[in-house]
Design a protein around this ligand. Sequence first.
Ligand SMILES: [Zn+2]
Length: 241
Amino acid sequence: MRTMDWQPDEEMLAWGRENFLAIPVEGIWSPEDAGVTYKKVSEHSFALMMMYNHPDSQQHHERLKVLMGECGYEVLEGDGEMVTPPLNPQSHIEQEFMMKQERARNWLCPDCDYPLANCDLETRVDEYVENVEAELSNGEHADIELWRCTIKCSGCDTDINMDPSDYHLLAGDSSFMRCEINNKTYIGLDRKQLKELADAGVLEGQVLGGKVDGHKVPPWMWGMYCLVLDKSPISIRGEEE
Ligand SMILES: [Zn+2]
């Protein structure tokens, strides 16, 4: 793959203009699986904070630099730290996740600067947005469901929409792996919990498919073995009859 000739298409430019503008000054941006991290240091510039010592990261950076440039941003490279990723893929995944969690702990409400980590993260509304075509890592395309999670800011009561993976970073596994559908709470169990229930002979849960009681199930809950609790006051927005 060559970098020098690469130019972003119109769709990518539109995406860039919108997203780079939406990142607040001092905000950190780590594009998924690119091995690079940027900080927006002013209204018109980003600084490279970290880059993995990996040929793909170098290429991602070169392309993002072109994209940012086309969108009207200067990219400062001086202090970018080179990080060598661990050879063990599992440690690498854990390290990435911890770095992202660390950043999520500093997220603030865009309206009142209240720390999102201190909001009531248990009370979350999941909303199906649309189906989009996404490119998989093997180059094939697939239709995937886009969802968003909404929490309420404890500082100013504003609804805050976020990407489910961002909610996951902020709230952790146990909150993420439970959801409210049609007045029931589904609590996903991990292997340790399943083993304990199996030993106690009380496996009375339910494996979630794409729909339950005629309602869509958030994709991160598909195939999860869940405990089901009745009478939850919360439902999936937009699906009420
Ligand atoms: Zn707020």
